[in-house]
Design a binder for this molecule. Structure first.
Ligand SMILES: [Zn+2]
Length: 499
């Protein structure tokens, strides 16, 4: 039956099958489906996608309704259909971020064409199979850009992942540095030091249309609590840093777990707690894992972030980006990764207290991540891109490999990269699994990711925004932006020559 269907329809395949088209229906024929909400693999399925939804997953031999006949056939033989990946922790570079940059070269770049830079960044996510990305806050103008881009992408006018835009709420750094009270700036919602201003900051973020709140570590005790409580009242997810320890107005460890966020944005946050007091003791590792599990907090380990920072500390160089992704890193990001902009390569970074424990901290975070997983803590895949060495998109695949290497089964890695993130950021929109009725944010892989997690990089194409994006089409669009990137490169070279 399947062979018949393929023979009938592959011959009739239109040229449009190779190009992204605005709306339509696709039938992925004779494909292995990995739904990812269970451990099963469904072999030889015909999957119908229409209007951005998975309409039908037909078992072998099941007869397709006549109404499916308009669907464009995609040959799924030997391929695997998995949920689209989500980066649960990025800081997306936008034109606004470039304008807000303090770097003397970056801030003066002439960008010309509106949002051309942003479009390139968004396409990079699709190239890596990333159909969702949660931004954990940036500069004022980059936050505004992302609220706008979220709408453009949702409307199908710009190609890119579904964006979840977070608002970072942080206190003034000076408040926690044991300064005399007289030097602490007056509280305001933009840098709150009172519960009232903390709650006001959450309400403002909600009114402005942000999807979630990122509480940050320099909030004092009462403000941190107010932010977490108000976000819960407003139905907004919190994912961020744990509060600072060890100053007059700071929280203590018990306080942080008594007023937990929904998700901790780095395993490094827990490692930071373990450095203070216990100096990364193994007993503390168990205590922290237990506390997280008991309070039902989810965690984004961002192991690849730590690995990359440790790599810069040890090697005094930015680790290489995998494969041909090096050629896809845009010139502004490249400049940001080089000295003097790259603070991880600075002497000040090397001189800071505790720098000698960075490597041990990475090891601790890896074992801690394994312990969290064994306790059933929901983990998500996040990267902190575009931190130096971490390119948008491909860093998600790197983090998936990191999670596999600490012992997660490949299916658990896929779950972390998809379903767990959906549950955190977008639970009303479905489960994120490859099931009938779910949104069609999908990746078609050329090889089995359960046999080898590295196969998540072997991408035939992506379904998102109601369309099929064959890899050749994504590459073609990325190449269209090359001239724009070369123009940026020339500006940067001219700056360097002039200084
Ligand atoms: Zn971050």
């Amino acid at each position: 039956m399947i062979a018949y269907l393929l023979a009938l329809t592959l011959g009739a395949q239109s040229p449009a099958a190779d190009a992204a088209s605005a709306a339509g229906a696709w039938l992925v024929a004779d494909v292995s489906v990995i739904p990812a909400d269970t451990d099963e693999v469904l072999r030889h399925r015909n999957v119908l996608i229409r209007d951005g939804r998975i309409v039908r997953i037909l078992a072998p031999g099941a007869k397709a309704p006549v109404s499916d006949a308009d669907a464009t056939i995609i040959d799924g033989r030997g391929k695997y259909l998995v949920p689209g990946f989500v980066d649960a922790h990025v800081h997306i570079a936008t034109e606004g971020a470039i304008r807000d940059s303090k770097d003397p070269v970056i801030s003066t770049l002439e960008l010309g064409q509106a949002h051309g830079y942003d479009r390139q960044v968004m396409l990079g996510f699709l190239k890596a199979g990333v159909t969702g990305a949660a931004n954990l806050g940036g500069s004022a103008r980059s936050d505004e850009d992302l609220l706008w881009l979220r709408g453009e992408i949702a409307a199908g006018r710009i190609a890119g992942p579904q964006l979840y835009v977070g608002k970072r709420i942080n206190g003034p750094r000076v408040a926690v540095a044991l300064q005399p009270a007289s030097t602490v700036p007056a509280s305001k919602p933009e840098a709150p030091t009172t519960a009232a201003d903390g709650a006001a900051a959450v309400r403002q973020a909600r009114e402005r249309g942000y999807d979630f709140i990122k509480p940050y570590q320099f909030l004092n005790r009462e403000t941190y609590r107010a932010v977490v409580d108000e976000a819960r009242r407003q139905g907004m997810v919190t994912t961020g840093h744990l509060p600072e320890l060890g100053c007059a107005s700071c929280a203590d460890r018990a306080f942080a777990f008594a007023h937990p966020m929904d998700n901790i944005a780095h395993s490094e946050e827990l490692t930071r707690f373990a450095r203070i007091g216990s100096d990364l003791s193994p007993q503390d590792l168990d205590a922290l894992a237990d506390a997280v599990a008991e309070r039902k907090i989810a965690v984004t380990p961002t192991l690849v972030t730590l690995k990359t920072i440790v790599g810069m500390y040890v090697q005094r160089a930015v680790p290489p980006v995998p494969g041909d992704w090096a050629t896809r890193v845009d010139p502004v990001t490249r400049l940001d990764w080089a000295p003097p902009a790259n603070r991880y390569l600075s002497q000040a970074f090397r001189d800071q207290d505790g720098a000698d424990t960075f490597s041990a901290g990475y090891d601790f975070a890896r074992v801690l991540t394994r312990q969290l997983w064994k306790r059933g803590v929901p983990l998500t895949v996040g990267t902190d891109a575009s931190l130096p060495g971490l390119a948008f998109g491909v860093s998600v695949q790197q983090e998936m490999i990191e999670l596999r290497e600490v012992g997660l089964r490949p299916i658990d890695v896929l779950r972390a990269a998809s379903i767990n993130a959906h549950r955190l950021f977008d639970p009303k929109a479905g489960s994120g699994a490859v099931r009938e009725g779910e949104r069609a944010n999908l990746v078609l892989l050329d090889a089995d990711p359960l046999a080898d997690i590295h196969n998540v990089a072997k991408i035939a194409g992506v379904f998102t925004q109601g369309r099929w994006w064959p890899m050749a089409e994504i590459d073609r669009r990325l190449d269209e932006g090359r001239a724009f990137e070369q123009a940026l490169s020339r500006q940067i070279q001219a700056h360097k020559a002039g200084h």
